[in-house]
Design a protein around this ligand. Sequence first.
Ligand code: ZN
Ligand code: ZN
Length: 368
Amino acid sequence: MEKEHKREFTEKIYDYLHTIPEIGFKEFKTSTFIASELRKYGYEVIEKISGTGIVAILDSKLPGPNIAVRADMDALTFEKDGEKCNIHACGHDANSAMVLTAAKEIKKIGINNGKLFIIFQPAEEILGGAQSIIESGYIDEVEEMIGIHLRPIQEARLGEATPALVHGSSYRMIAKIKGLNAHGARPHLGVNAVDAAVLVVNAINAIRLDPRVSHSIKVTKLHAGGEATNIIPDEAEITMDMRAQNNEVMEEMIQKAKGAIISSAKAIGAQGNIEFVGGVPAAEYDDEMINIAKTAIEEELESAMEPLYTTGGEDFHFYTKELNIKTAYIGLGADLTPGLHHPKMKFDKKALGFGVNILKNIILKRLG
Ligand SMILES: [Zn+2]
Ligand SMILES: [Zn+2]
């Protein structure tokens, strides 16, 4: 009966959040609702961080670990019949419903040591959300953190969960090539930015990195030349998409790409400038946190899956990179089809109950 009641609560929260999908940094209704719930449960609530972020604190006032549970709140924009609409196609409404329910139940049970931080961050999809919470300073004391996300059916089925969803690193780089205009009849007086761009593309494709670590770098956008076809163009813009399963390979990739751009443009007298480098770091989990999460999963489900490697990226890993927080991240099976970021994404809501209990188990292991 008690268990049934809990499940109904989480599903009700989920159903409500599902009706108010909002995009990154605009999660106004969502965060207002969540903040007022947390306050109702008895948490100290700091809200409106960068507009919509929330950090809620439950303090035992006794020494012990400072552990955080993090949810994301934003939805995605799709186009339907020529009109834009927001849909919770990545399941951040599910993540939020699970974390909110766990927060409610932990308050009821109470904690015996340390501090619990409940983080609802904005803008995971468009990035910037994790940094906005980090920069706020409200989680400076946090030492450990848990994240949770539903997985597509190809990665995990209902009743399965991993304590380590291993995201890769994903970056984007934009470079500009500066050449020299000249008349098409006198190309020797100019520096053709198209020629330089071609050299850059070939140099990028010739980058070699450790083949034991999965990675890729490719030019995904190239723009050069203008209206007139009888002018030697002096400008080109090149965009690269970069992936790597660990941060060392990504760092080496970024350095080699910068070198490739600058030196191959220079080979014909053009100038290569790096205009933008940005993205998310790869997962770097803590073994002890993974073990705690693994036991918590085993207590709820029959067994825990091995670490699950996924090609997607997550801004969650800035918490480790910038604040040195020890992390683990639950990937939760939910028979989710056809996939994340699909406008018709659906899943089995039974997973929500599993997620709540796994989170509760973890928190109680550290603070109970
Ligand atoms: Zn997503
Ligand atoms: Zn997501």
